[in-house]
Design a binder for this molecule. Structure first.
Ligand code: TEU
Ligand code: CA
Length: 594
């Protein structure tokens, strides 16, 4: 009898996971809320793992998959429902795994395929899901496709990449100039001369990251195949690295002058992008119940619905860069203001209707630390400001993405010397800008102290033992922030008032509160330079969020006749309820039900 029931359950489960169309709603979730189709990925809270820096299990100083498996309870206790794993594939690590040598093999330093399977099984057992990184705008130059491709002009793999003859330039070192003026995000020309065949190949990122030629149907078929390989293993979708760049402009025209400082807007949204994404959907995604989120570097808000409107069958969501680039002028740090931040969320909300869905993220492996960037990491305000940011991240409209360590309030690293950095972007930039005398060394480092990608890549701080308990090796691949003795997971797990426990409370609160997922968003006071006050309203419930983005104590009268109702969550103990007059402490955050 038991066996029959088990078998029956097994069949039902297989039918509902394999084979179901993408976006197929869970049968229990068919009633729209507030006009939105209910989807598991809209209700999810995602946690990003950068495997190199998460947890080292074998003492070689590098994080690995068994390290992640050993920490799954930690993630389950935090309450997150989806894990996004940054690249775990075989790679020579020119760009820490974003340069893939073999899409079907696990990076040796991270473990084996058996380790991957064990990790995935552990995730499923805890009723979580996992998406992986799909990095297919480019591969590594050590991928066998490229090794073949560069052999000769008539190699069968030649057209897997983008090769062009140079412009003859007698007397120059190679005899040629690059085919056009495209720039790499990691300094210099986006073209690399290959002496073997005397042509150039295109690389938007590092020289060791040649761009794939998506106009070649064989390349698309290869990518669709490798996607199926991982989906058939049970992964639940993809975060797609710089996906808007895959279709190149016809004839590869020069970057116009006003794009030289922001080539991403010229590289993105090429002529065949929609066609290739739809083909991917038809061939692969539509056959599985998965989520997709595209890293939309260079995509404007006006273009966003053309990628994520559910009626178009392209992507579920994208990462819009406006918020994480608010503090930049090109690569240069600039101070930002709260009204500017609010304006971004308001415009995003207006640009997307019920057929499109947003993401909310304030940090990732390419950006400095959350609390150091949008909060105040000084001893007096690190804890409340990290909690305030958790409150915002988990109550805005869109699927929230938490980056590893932000749930502990980890801070930027106190970099002082160029030798302390690992990032290829920094190393190339140093050569191109500092060693040539264009930028002063001190100015370059000062800017990196605010903006470097390495801030978020320093190892997770698990406890107060050597190297924050990340590794037993004497030296981890990248230094641990010296503040690990006081900022670490063990400390925070045992403190009911810790940032970690506040995140966990907020994650659970969001997951059980449909109005925070689907409810209308209204900014009550867009011009206020210190207070961010907004409501999230569904047909049944209305929540009010009040955030004091300053260190000042502020007496604040809620505008428009609004009254704070019943207090649901606060990051500093308060008893104020049912009033329009709020006395807010520095970096205080409150959520009320009205
Ligand atoms: O990043 C794409 C990207 O364009 C930026 O966020 C990038 O880090 C920055 O602008 C460089 O100036 C993705 C990955 O997230 C990143 O880690 C990779 O380095 C990059 O693609 C190449 O794969
Ligand atoms: Ca290791």
């Amino acid at each position: 009898m038991h066996r029959t029931i088990n078998r029956f359950i097994f069949i039902v489960l297989t039918l509902s996971t394999g084979g179901s169309a993408q976006n197929a709603p869970n049968p229990a979730q068919t009633n729209p809320i507030n006009g939105y189709r209910r989807m598991w990925w809209k209700e999810a809270v995602v946690y990003q793992i950068y495997p190199r820096s998460f947890k080292d299990s074998n003492g070689d100083g590098i994080g690995d998959l068994p390290g992640i498996t050993g920490k799954l309870d930690y993630l389950q206790d935090l309450g997150v429902s989806v894990i996004w794993l940054s690249p775990h594939f075989d790679s020579p690590n020119a760009d820490n795994g974003y340069d893939i040598r073999d899409y079907r093999k696990v990076m040796t330093e991270f473990g084996t395929m058996a380790d991957f399977d064990k990790m995935l099984a552990g995730i499923k057992r805890r009723h979580m899901r996992m998406i992986i990184d799909l990095v297919v705008n480019h591969s590594s130059d050590e991928h066998k496709w490229f090794v073949e491709s560069r052999r000769s002009r008539d190699n069968p793999y030649r057209d897997y990449y983008i090769w062009r003859p140079g412009k003859p330039h007698p007397g120059s070192s190679t005899g040629f100039d690059p085919p056009n003026n495209y720039l790499s995000f990691f300094s210099g020309s986006a073209w690399q001369f290959d002496p073997g065949t005397k042509e150039y190949y295109l690389h938007y990122f590092a020289v060791k990251q040649p761009d794939l030629n998506w106009d070649n149907p064989k390349v698309r078929a290869e990518v669709f195949d490798l996607m199926k390989f991982w989906l058939d293993k049970g992964v639940d979708g993809f975060r797609m690295d710089v996906i808007p760049f895959i279709s190149k402009r016809d004839g590869l025209p020069d970057l116009p002058p006003d794009y030289l400082a922001r080539p991403q807007y010229f590289y993105a949204m090429g002529p065949h992008l929609h066609e290739y994404l739809r083909e991917m959907n038809r061939e692969v995604l539509s056959k599985y119940d998965v989520m997709t989120v595209g890293e939309a570097f260079g995509v404007t808000l006006e273009q966003t619905p053309t990628l994520v409107d559910e009626r178009r069958n392209e992507l579920n969501m994208i990462f819009n860069f406006d918020v994480v680039r608010l503090n930049r002028d090109g690569n240069q740090w600039r101070d930002w203001t709260l009204p500017e931040l609010k304006a971004i969320y308001a415009t995003q909300d207006q640009a997307l209707d019920v057929h499109s869905w947003n993401t909310i993220f304030l940090s990732n492996h390419d950006n400095p630390r959350l609390v150091s960037t949008f909060g105040d990491d000084s001893p007096a305000f690190r804890v409340p400001s990290a909690k305030l940011l958790a409150t915002m991240l988990l109550t805005l409209k869109g699927t929230p993405f938490i980056y590893q360590g932000d749930e502990l309030g980890m801070t930027n690293y106190p970099f002082t010397r160029i030798e302390e950095f690992d990032d290829i972007e920094v190393k190339n930039g140093w050569k191109a800008d500092v060693l040539t005398g264009k930028v002063k060394a001190d100015d370059y480092i000062a800017n990196l102290r605010k903006t470097s990608r390495d801030h978020s890549r320093t190892p997770m701080q698990w406890d107060s033992s050597a190297n924050g308990g990340f590794t037993t090796a004497a030296k981890p691949w990248l230094a641990v922030n010296p503040n690990y003795k006081s900022i670490n997971a063990r400390e925070e797990l045992s403190d009911p008032n810790s940032i970690y426990n506040y995140f966990a409370k907020m994650v659970k609160f969001r997951e059980k509160t449909p109005a925070l997922v689907y409810g209308d968003y209204e900014d009550l006071d867009p011009q206020n330079a210190k207070i961010f006050a907004y409501t999230r309203t569904s047909r049944r419930d209305k929540y009010l969020v009040v955030l004091n983005f300053s260190e000042n104590n502020i007496s604040y009268t809620l505008p428009g006749g609004h009254k704070a109702g019943q207090l649901q969550i606060s990051n500093i103990n308060t008893k104020e309820e049912n009033t329009a007059e709020l006395k807010l402490k520095g970096w205080e955050a409150r959520v009320y039900k009205q």
